[in-house]
Design a protein. Structure first.
Lengths: 286, 530
């Protein structure tokens, strides 16, 4: 395969034409089409979404495979590596701003919307006697109980913090040339991430069955599930990325001077970790 | 697998066939794809606009049901903003930024390809409900206006879901492209191309990219919540569950107001370069313009609620948003004075790009001044939701970015194609466009002051004359864009006189040091900039 249109010594590496991005676009189109059909109850929805997801998985694997092969072949130099690092940073910033929006929603609903709703005089509201409080399922919502922050959430905080130290430790050891221990630590990080997800699933299950805290539980349930749900989704993505790094480590990839993939995943994992800490404080605790 | 076998120097030939365009990692190809897509969507959005004006030609409902009218205005707005203007400015960035900073390509070329190829799927998703409706499925596209206010958007039909998924794709595309622009500018400049030598267009796009990364996540988050409210029983925007429909409006405009500057800034960056070329003078106030871009960008994210003066915010909030909004006129005025300073006592000639640039200054100026009227929280109680607003934002968005993009296309078309466009047709295009534009939108100011609400398919008899004038203007405006299309096609087909590398007598910049059209790959080894 010809990957280098322009790989003269010292020149910036510009990859030759690639079929992977448009493959991903086609997959994403069918995934979105499937999503739009699915929420409207069309029988074609799940099929379109499944086909789209399959194409996407293929596209992502092929694309990253190509990048890894190029990296192994040594076409990237300092400048290309810096592009990757900057790109990853700005990607994480955009992700952080997405979560910032969701936290903004939480604060707005709690500090502005609910008190505003309770402040109307009896002439202007159908819900006379609605008192501002948090948590609330609103004037027309069913009652529920909240998750105890010092149960599963506190344990999960511990798990994620530990996993942050294991992934950083792995990175440090790789820089010192101890690939074997680094691999073990990444494996441990993956196990901790899986434990976190398992606990989180258990917590959602309990919330639905015994606490009656559901998506329908007014604005508290909505903000609770969108924040914790998107965080869990990001943990899942992080776990997939960590697994790729684990596989690459066992095959002898990465060295002290060549570890962008590892570093990027480690940054991402720390980002997910920081989001969790904010989430623990503002969603579970306060 | 070999990696270094394709040893080719500058001017390597472009691949042949359709896969050139599907698989390309070349910034020039991707730039052209963006621009062709943008022009196609500009024509689609224009056709929808003419449908709107055809319905409003006379005060009866002749052509379509009110439901369809609502769908047409919604899709017109989304197509013009996300389908036409953003891809057009992104296409310019793609083609020009690497040339302007002496880079071999965009920093992340495959991702660049992806950010373009996310757009056609988004456009298909947006209009697909109309096709499905032909087969009796669903009720057509979204019908809420492009602002998609809750709770209307919660109750709207399946077309809304398609629009939400289209927004996800558009957001991904814009975010990836913005990352690419930032990384390209920060990391791939030629040696000697310091940040304070960057062409203003590059600076303007850097700020645009930062704005996109800052605000698009809010729209994505809001769209996710809207989808959840529609189908998963949440109560983000529903007071029954303690939520608040005004939250949607906050989040939409937190994105939507900076979006105006996202559309505007790239053309405000290209404008001084065109003015300087045809005034044969250096750009006046380079530093001040760079700082103004920054000030405009920063202010633009803290003024969103001036779209919400009538939504019951506390008076203190209205006051704050009023003053913050008016503060934006300071850096914008600095830009205007710099533009005047650039052409002041210049040896001006009036080729088509220059005409469109001067038209931009005048028409966008009117848009900006009427914006000052609207930014007054007390006065806005009257103007809000009237045709005055419609006239205002068409003066800012057509009079500004669209004219700016047209000016840039005429300015760079010889560079892209190696041929001069027809100057005569270009001038006809300009004068017909500004005449028809004013005939279309100036009456709408008067209609708005008279009290005609926006987004209605029918109106009181007293509005009949001005509406007819506006509609006739719109048809001329649409028709004169065919001249533009023809001029582009004949130039691209190679009918014009050959263009030199420098194209224009007064043109400065790295992009004018390469031949016209430029070789397929440029600056594989970086140029030296002193």
């Amino acid at each position: 395969m010809n990957t280098g249109a322009h790989a003269e010594k010292g020149g910036y590496f510009v990859p030759s034409p690639s079929p992977f991005p448009i493959t991903l676009s086609v997959g994403l189109f069918f995934l979105c089409l499937g999503g739009a059909l699915l929420v409207n109850g069309s029988a074609a929805g799940p099929w379109a979404a499944a086909v789209g997801a399959a194409i996407m998985v293929f596209g992502i694997v092929a694309w990253f495979g190509a990048v890894i092969r190029e990296s192994r072949a040594g076409v990237y130099h300092k400048q290309e590596a810096r592009s990757f690092r900057l790109g990853m940073w700005w990607f994480i910033i955009s992700e952080a701003l997405f979560f910032a929006s969701l936290f903004g929603v939480l604060f707005y609903e709690r500090v502005i919307a609910v008190p505003w709703l309770a402040s109307f005089s009896a002439h202007f509201t159908p819900w006379v006697g609605f008192k501002a409080a948090w948590p609330t399922s609103g004037p027309a919502g069913a009652s529920f109980r909240v998750v105890n922050p010092w149960g599963i959430p506190a344990l999960n905080t511990l798990i994620l913090l530990t996993s942050a130290s294991t992934v950083t430790g792995g990175h440090d050891l790789l820089m010192k040339g101890d690939r074997r221990t680094a691999t073990h630590l990444v494996g441990l990080t993956i196990l901790l991430g899986l434990a976190f997800l398992g606990m989180q699933a258990r917590e959602f299950y309990d919330a639905y069955t015994t606490l009656h805290l559901t998506l329908h539980s007014g604005v508290y349930g909505a903000t609770f599930y969108i924040l914790t749900g998107f965080h869990a989704l990001h943990v899942t993505i992080g776990l997939v990325m960590l697994s790729v790094i684990f596989g690459r480590l066992t095959r002898g990839h990465f060295g002290p001077g060549d570890h962008f993939g590892f570093q990027a995943v480690s940054w991402y994992w720390h980002f997910v970790d920081v989001v969790w800490l904010i989430l623990f404080v503002f969603v579970y605790w306060l | 697998m070999s990696v270094m076998d394709a040893h080719a120097g500058e001017g390597e030939h472009a691949p042949r066939g359709i896969t050139r365009w599907l698989y390309t990692t070349n910034h020039k190809d991707i730039g052209i794809l963006y621009m062709v897509f943008g022009i196609a969507m500009f024509l689609v959005g224009g056709l929808l606009a003419m449908l709107i004006r055809a319905e409003l030609l006379t005060p009866t409902m002749r052509i379509m049901h009110p439901e369809l009218f609502n769908q047409v205005i919604s899709v017109h707005g989304l197509v013009m903003v996300f389908g036409a203007l953003m891809p057009l400015t992104a296409g310019m960035a793609n083609y020009l930024i690497p040339l302007m900073i002496g880079a071999p390509d965009m920093a992340l070329p495959r991702m660049n390809n992806w950010s373009f190829w996310l757009l056609p799927p988004a456009a298909i998703l947006l209009v697909m409900p109309w096709l499905l409706n032909l087969f009796g499925i669903g009720t057509g596209t979204l019908d809420t206006g492009w602002t998609m206010y809750a709770p209307l958007s919660i109750q709207s039909g399946p077309g809304m879901d398609f629009a939400i998924f289209a927004i996800f794709l558009l957001g991904l595309s814009s975010t990836l492209f913005s990352i690419n622009v930032i990384v390209t500018v920060l990391n791939t400049r030629a040696p000697g191309m310091t940040m304070h030598k960057l062409p203003l267009f590059v600076w303007s796009w850097l700020w645009t990219a930062l704005l996109l990364i800052a605000v698009f996540p809010a729209l994505i988050a809001a769209s996710v919540m809207l989808l959840a409210d529609r189908h998963f029983g949440t109560h983000f925007f529903s007071a029954a569950g303690g939520g608040d429909p005004v939250l949607w409006v906050h989040m939409f405009w937190f994105f939507g107001h900076p979006e105006v500057y996202i559309l505007l800034l790239p053309t405000a960056g290209i404008l001084p370069q065109i003015l300087a070329t045809f005034a044969r003078k250096p750009i006046f106030g380079y530093n001040m313009q760079v700082y103004s871009f920054g000030a405009i960008s920063l202010l633009s994210v803290v003024v969103w609620a001036h779209h919400m003066y009538t939504s019951g915010l506390p008076a203190a909030a209205n006051l704050y948003f009023m003053f913050a909004t008016m503060a934006i006129s300071v850096p914008v005025s600095i830009l205007f004075f710099c533009w005047f300073g650039t052409i002041w006592r210049g040896a001006m000639t009036f080729e088509t790009p220059m005409l469109f640039s001067l038209g931009y200054i005048v028409l966008f100026g009117i848009g900006g001044l009427t914006g000052l009227i609207l930014s007054d929280a007390a006065a806005d109680q009257q103007y809000h939701g009237s045709y005055f607003v419609v006239a205002h934002f068409h003066y800012t968005l057509f009079g500004g970015p669209i004219l700016g993009v047209i000016a840039a296309i005429y300015y760079y078309l010889p560079k892209l194609t190696g041929r001069m466009y027809s100057e005569k047709l270009g001038r006809w295009h300009f004068w017909l466009t500004v005449a028809a534009f004013n005939l279309t939108f100036f009456p709408q100011f008067l209609l708005g002051i008279d009290g005609m609400p926006r987004r209605i398919p029918d109106y009181a008899l007293k509005f009949a004359h001005l509406n007819m004038a506006s509609s006739i203007g719109a048809f001329f405006l649409g028709a004169s864009q065919l001249l533009f299309l023809y001029n582009i096609i004949r130039t691209a087909a190679g009918w014009g006189k050959p263009a030199t590398g420098r194209v224009w007598e007064g043109a400065e910049g790295l992009e004018f040091t390469v031949s016209s059209p430029p070789p397929y790959h440029t600056f594989a080894s970086p140029p030296v900039i002193r």
